[in-house]
Design a protein around this ligand. Sequence first.
Ligand SMILES: [Zn+2]
Length: 93
Amino acid sequence: MIKKCKKCQSELFLDKNKEWFCPECEAEDFIKNFNPEDESDIETAEWKVVKPETKPVTIRLNVIDIQIAKKLAKEKNMPYQTLLKEIIHKNLA
Ligand SMILES: [Zn+2]
């Protein structure tokens, strides 16, 4: 289950106060008001826009799946964990 933004239909994420936010709209608003001199703005950018909340988990995967994921990730020039994260995310949507 994912929540969608009413304004732009992008996926919503939970922030550290457990409130849903839209990274797309946040980023847009944020860029408008962004002050590179302001350290708290930079901090907000990091946790809100660039890094939605995540939690590490340990799962045992089929070795062949890992090999395929690594191969695909290499072709896409991205870390394979990022690729796996995307695949899981899309399939849960
Ligand atoms: Zn939005």
